[in-house]
Design a binder for this molecule. Structure first.
Ligand SMILES: *Cc1c(COP(=O)(O)O)cnc(C)c1O
Length: 371
């Protein structure tokens, strides 16, 4: 039996081990543990990579979203439109500033927020939209941008899963007024702990976020407002600077893997593989299929040494934590209908073609036996 873990961060570490080990020692020798030169270097490199004026590093993707919403002055009585099919942090940040998340169902093909359903949800309280480029698939930012412009709404992209992804040749993180990134270890660009940050072309917003992450302070011990401790660690800045060099190559490999899966799975009747749009450069943070036999298939693959996952088992409006918003079962038929069918297969740059073929072979075997 072959072993195919859902994610293999150790394999990636080993591929860059010499650089990483040397750098860790260097950070210790320089005792540059929080913010400081290694974080500043990463901020510079990542803003250049994106082609934006500013990138302000933070402690996590969640604190990046929180800081961005605060910087735009979004708070009490405001409404923010977010997809219902996303990681909880997207909506959590909206609640953290005292505003109300307004959920949108997902597009049945792309899994991203259904843009055609946004305008119906806009009220006089709506201030912002947070599109999530889910699984690494860019949202149609042209259509979304038109709606935002027409209604004078702030757009904050959630790029936690889309580092390097492009929509019509333009990189995600450069369409909105700001964009939030997560560098959680398993993301396409992952740190060795936690990390995040906000990209923006607005100097005013960038300066605000620099203060928000640092106790409301620009000058040491002078506090203009009550802020947060959202510093990025020096280690993380140093690791991310190393890993950024490999990001495009890793993303390319992810797309190749996805295409291999798609090609090999196309005759499996009960499997709907992800949509690959020629207008986009999808970076496949996750490779998500739909199947009517999700639980049985998941167990079968697990018994054969293959790790899988579910993103996400419960649409946000059905979570206990968002019960107070008053949504009911049936509010978002696409997301609810899909949730029991989603299955994420192993995808990471270091997975071998043999491992991919093994996963597909086991899926085919499952259907031969359980057709
Ligand atoms: C990972 C993730 C976040 C949160 O990032 P953290 O660094 O874990 O706080 C936010 N939004 C989405 C879509 C994510 O996948």
């Amino acid at each position: 039996m072959m072993n195919v873990p859902f994610l293999d961060l150790k394999a990636q570490y080993h591929s860059i081990k010499d650089e990483v080990d040397k750098k860790l020692v260097e950070v210790c020798e320089n005792t540059a543990f929080t913010l400081g030169p290694y974080v500043e270097e990463f901020e510079k490199k990542f803003s250049e990579y994106l082609g934006v004026k500013h990138f302000v590093a933070t402690s996590t993707g969640t604190s990046a979203l929180h800081s961005a919403l605060l910087a735009f002055g979004i708070g009490n009585k405001d409404e923010v439109i977010v997809p219902v099919n996303t990681f909880t942090a997207t909506a959590e940040a909206v609640v953290m500033v005292g505003a109300k998340p307004v959920f949108v169902d997902n597009d049945p093909v792309t899994y991203n927020m259904d843009i055609s359903k946004i305008e119906n949800l806009i009220t006089h309280k709506t201030r912002a939209i947070i599109p999530v480029h889910l699984y690494g698939m860019p949202v149609d930012m042209e259509k979304l941008g038109e709606i935002a412009k027409k209604h004078n709404l702030i757009v904050i992209e959630d790029c936690a899963q889309s580092h390097g992804a492009k929509f019509k040749g333009k990189i995600t993180g450069t369409f909105g007024h700001a964009a939030c990134f997560s560098f959680y270890p398993g993301k396409n660009l992952g740190s060795y702990g936690e990390g995040g940050g906000v990209a923006t072309n607005s100097t005013e917003i960038a300066e605000k976020i620099e203060k928000i992450r640092n106790h409301g302070s620009k000058i040491k011990y002078v506090h203009e407002f009550v802020g947060y401790n959202y510093h990025m660690h020096g280690f993380q800045g140093a690791m991310l600077t190393i890993k950024l060099k490999y990001l495009d190559g890793w993303n390319k490999r992810r797309l190749q893997i996805a295409k291999r899966y798609n090609e090999m799975l196309k005759d499996v009747k009960d499997v709907v593989p992800p949509f690959i749009d020629d207008n986009c450069e999808h970076v496949f943070h996750l490779y998500v299929i739909r199947t009517n036999k999700r639980e049985e298939l998941k167990n079968f693959l697990n018994d054969n040494g293959i790790g899988t996952n579910i993103h996400y088992p419960h649409p946000l409006h059905l979570q206990e934590s968002y019960k107070f918003l008053g949504y009911k079962k049936g509010s978002f038929p696409i997301a609810e209908g899909y949730a029991p069918k989603l299955l994420s297969l192993p995808i990471y740059p270091e997975i071998t073609d043999e491992q991919i073929d093994y996963v597909v072979e086991k899926i085919k075997q499952f259907y031969r036996e359980n057709g």
